[in-house]
Structure formats: C-alpha cells, structure tokens
Design a protein around this ligand. Structure first.
Ligand SMILES: [Zn+2]
Length: 158
C-alpha cells in the first residue's frame, strides 16, 4: 500500500511539518485560494487536511479530513488514528521545510564538511535536503521532537 499523501490548509502549517517528520509527502501552499487548494488535492490524489468545515461542504474535495483540534500534536494524533497510519521505521527522512525527501545518510567526509563541529560525531544518521540544502542531524532538537511524538502517541513509535 502506498502511504497517503496530504495537502494541508494554511492554518495547519505545524501539522504539515509533523507529517513530514513522519515521512509523509505533505504539501503546504498557504497562498492558494480554497478552490485551487481543493483542485490540487484532487488532481494529485492527496488527502486535504483542513479546519474549514465550510470549505468541505461547499467545495467537496474527494478525499479530506476535517481537523478538529487546535494543538498540532493533537491534530497529528487525530490524523494517525483516523487513517490508521503505521509508525515509520525512521523519523526525519523528509525535509520539514520544503517537503523533499532527504539524502541517504551523509558520509564521514560530508559530515565533516556540512555539520557544526560539536555535532559531527553524534551517533545516528545525518542527512541533507537536495531541495533547500538544509542539513539534519540527530541532536537534541531531534530528540525533543521524538519525545513530544512519544507523548502525543503513546506506544505508537517503535
Ligand atoms: Zn528542504
């Protein structure tokens, strides 16, 4: 089964970033008007995530989920439960900023060239984004995000 792909409305930017952390292809185009957003979701066979009940009723996207929570991690837990998403084998495989799949783990030489000196030797893979150049490494920020996920979705992550 191919994993579901998403389009998030402008109010759900932080939810979109969390879905990317889990590896899901999630578009975020806050400049698009509602009708264009729905058209894009339908064309690309994405599930539209929205807080806008009126949009759902009037524009009738083919696949959509009305998000009912305010807090991004509660929103994420709603999506995981509603679609019964399986936990990913690995977090941080997609750029949270631009939605591009990250590189394979960086080599020793690449780490030395791209990472700040104090994090070069941290255990775990570091990756870069071919889309925007951002570099991801297994530091305290990633650890705090994993902990927040574990609290929001108890027992779900491996
Ligand atoms: Zn990127």
């Amino acid at each position: 089964m191919t994993p579901p792909r998403f389009t998030a409305d402008a109010m759900l930017a932080r939810l979109a970033r969390w879905l990317r952390v889990l590896g899901h292809d999630t578009r975020l185009d806050p400049q698009l008007p509602d009708d264009a957003l729905v058209r894009l979701a339908d064309q690309e066979q994405r599930i539209l995530l929205t807080r806008d009940r009126l949009l759902l009723r009037e524009l009738r996207p083919r696949q959509a989920l009305e998000i009912v929570h305010d807090a991004p991690l509660q929103q994420l837990a709603q999506v995981v439960a509603a679609l019964q998403l399986p936990a990913p084998a690995e977090l941080f495989t997609r750029c949270t900023v631009c939605n591009t799949l990250l590189s394979p783990p960086l080599s020793r030489e690449e780490r030395d060239g791209l990472l700040p000196p104090d994090v070069r030797d941290l255990p775990g893979p570091a990756r870069s984004c071919p889309g925007c150049g951002r570099v991801y490494w297994p530091g305290s920020h990633a650890r705090r995000m994993r902990e927040a996920l574990a609290r929001a979705l108890p027992g779900w992550l491996p």
